[in-house]
Design a protein around this ligand. Sequence first.
Ligand SMILES: [Zn+2]
Length: 441
Amino acid sequence: MNEEKKFWNEEMETLDPEGFRRVQEASLMKELDHVWENSLFYQEKFGGAGIKREDIKTLEDLAKLPFTEKHEIRESLSALPPIGKHSAVEMGRVIRIYSTSGTSGNPTYIGLTFHDRDVWAETAMRAMWTCGMRPNNIVPLPIGTFFIAASYGEAIELLGSTLVPVGVGATDRFLGAVKNLGADFVLSTASFPLYMTTYCEKNKLDAKALGIRGFMVGGEPGGGIPHVRQKIEEAFGANVQECMGNGDMLGLMWAECEHKKGMHFIGQGACHPEIIDPETGVVLDIKEGLTGELVYTAIDRECQPLFRFRTRDHVLVTQTSCECGRTGYCVKCIGRTDDMLIISGVNVYPSAIRDVVGTLLPRVTGEILVQLREPPPSVTPPLRIKVEHGEEPGDLAVLKKDIQNILREKLIFSSDVELVPPGTLPKFEYKAKLVEKIYEE
Ligand SMILES: [Zn+2]
């Protein structure tokens, strides 16, 4: 079934520019009505900015609305738990709550209604089909159930493929799925197949003989880095295609087709992307070679719709037309504004490290300095961190161990902590510099 079709949703994925505009605008108008009526957060935000519903009549008018920042979502969540002032439905209609990984500070919670769940599954299936997943594939999912990526499991089933929920940190289960069940297509972070490559080398396993023929990778820029992709493809004799979503917005909305020239936008009717100049906030015209920050607006979301949400994801537009026939323009993620690090496949932000270490006050001062021995974002563990101890730290050996343990527990990475006396780390007035490069550039 469906084996012969080229697109999951041909109508949406091949819209001409006028059709795209029509679909996005109609969805936006409906969403605005919903939000103006039901979202306390946007009633206050738009009201405070003096914007009325009737000011927004076209897709272009979207630029009149202020951006929504991540910290506003956090504030909204703590002001009105559990799903925030930006929720636009009663809690009784929420059927599922996911968490973002919380590596950039506290996690944010994502509520979905039945309808939201269906929308997420629809765009995820478009992405999966684009990346080459087919109903005859057996797909192990090495992803924890707490996070939005768990929603992909449902889409794998709805697409007709066979899901094998493996979970994180379960190499044996993963290999079991591959060897015993014949799993042949993997949806994961880019770090996962890299990790498996090393694992196979160490354990004298022939990765090629495992029979995995496709990887669909996302969650970090790795899959778009040519030498990373090449390494995975060669080690497994498999094809690698990339995908991207956003935890606060939509599970998946970008996916690379077989031509591998960047990820197509495939979230038509569910989300509206803009690319802005991160310094000025000005919306940029989409053309090949453009770089800027992605900004998303939910246009088919019941719970927690966000308008002009700043992602801090920086992208490059790689092409605006493609041989495959999909009309969504293509991007490649080139990094994040924040200094994200990737340690054994886990995204770690220096600000989150500072946050976690700070919970041990007053035994520490709260000042940290991450020392990188190699160019970021990938870090070979343990991560080296200088931490200022407090005036009365107690036993230093115990403190060092406590810090390393709490980092492992909260942020899931291993560290090598060097304690230094209070006041010895550099201070910055404007913005803290949490990372020091100790390699030669
Ligand atoms: Zn294409």
